[in-house]
Design a protein around this ligand. Sequence first.
Ligand SMILES: NC(=O)c1ccc[n+]([C@@H]2O[C@H](COP(=O)([O-])OP(=O)(O)OC[C@H]3O[C@@H](n4cnc5c(N)ncnc54)[C@H](OP(=O)(O)O)[C@@H]3O)[C@@H](O)[C@H]2O)c1
Length: 340
Amino acid sequence: MKKTIRICMAGFGHVGQRFCRLLQEQAAQLAQNYHCQILLTGVCTRSKGLLLHPDGLDLTQILTSPWQQLPGWRSGNVLDMIACAQADIFLELTTLDIKKGQPATDHIQAAFNHNMHVITANKGPLAWHFQELTRQAQQKQLAFYYETTVMDGAPIFNLAANCLPGDHVCAIRGILNGTSNFVLHRLAAGDTLAEAIRQAQAIELAEADPSMDIDGYDAAAKICALANVLMQANQTPQDVQIEGIRHISAAQLAQAKEDGYCLKPIASATKAADGSVQLRVTPQRIAKDDWLAHIDATSAALELSCQLCGNIAIVQRDPAILQTAYGVYSDMLQVISHHI
Ligand SMILES: NC(=O)c1ccc[n+]([C@@H]2O[C@H](COP(=O)([O-])OP(=O)(O)OC[C@H]3O[C@@H](n4cnc5c(N)ncnc54)[C@H](OP(=O)(O)O)[C@@H]3O)[C@@H](O)[C@H]2O)c1
């Protein structure tokens, strides 16, 4: 017999919309392999208000029509939607707030209070409130998944949770922000900063306001999320030593090249002798024979140094929005398979 799974979501931007299209594309797979159908019973954005339907919203309509013209539309916020959506799973897909991880953290706590499992693509809650949220999920015996927050659908958190029993992550090092990597690459090729950013925007890598990437804040939220989950760091983005790439000069890049190095935007988490975890995001000189030197402009890469398994490297080549949506989708399948 087919299970009916009700989901609701906060945020309907690039990720939310691609995820809805993926649900449509995978409907047959969901029925055949997972014996379920997914109903979206609520969706909400800051400017569009919310849509609710207990029997499931029409995905094509919400993707193509003005919401105010659709049945089930009303004004309100995410907390109103969570209270009324009667969903099994809540998806947190709103914009990152680097300063406090809000209101996404409040959304997640409200969803737990309504007994919903939670999946977040928003890394703010992991960077700011991971321990608290995990405790709340455990107390209520609810699932909390967040694969998409770092390197989209590439398995990082699920790999560590499922494939490294009895092991510990001692250090993390990687290139986590594609825009910074691309811009450094273009600067080394002779572009000015403004030209390099314009090119990153032209291929839809950089946002209209690229400062979160260029100034290192996006990577800081990511390394903080990784360290909190994989190294029990209990830190916030305020604890990350951050140096962006705005000040990098053509002379610095030329000198690095002459010395046999390249400059890469490296995020790292290392355990100090006293057990504390130090987090850094800085442009670093990387030797040409270091594997991270070969991570090309739009890719991301991560190395986990494990106590027993040694060093594991994960590379995500040229991610697109489908991979982001897949991260949310794969988390949803985990919830369906193991928790519902
Ligand atoms: N895009 C990626 O490749 C990618 C990859 C990994 C993770 N992520 C993360 O996934 C999340 C979504 O990314 P995105 O690319 O879809 O962003 P986006 O296109 O900017 O969309 C953000 C959505 O969140 C909504 N929103 C923001 N604040 C809200 C609030 N307080 N209440 C209700 N809705 C709110 C926006 O609504 P309005 O438009 O009405 O303001 C919009 O619908 C972000 O946290 C991002 O960091 C994105």
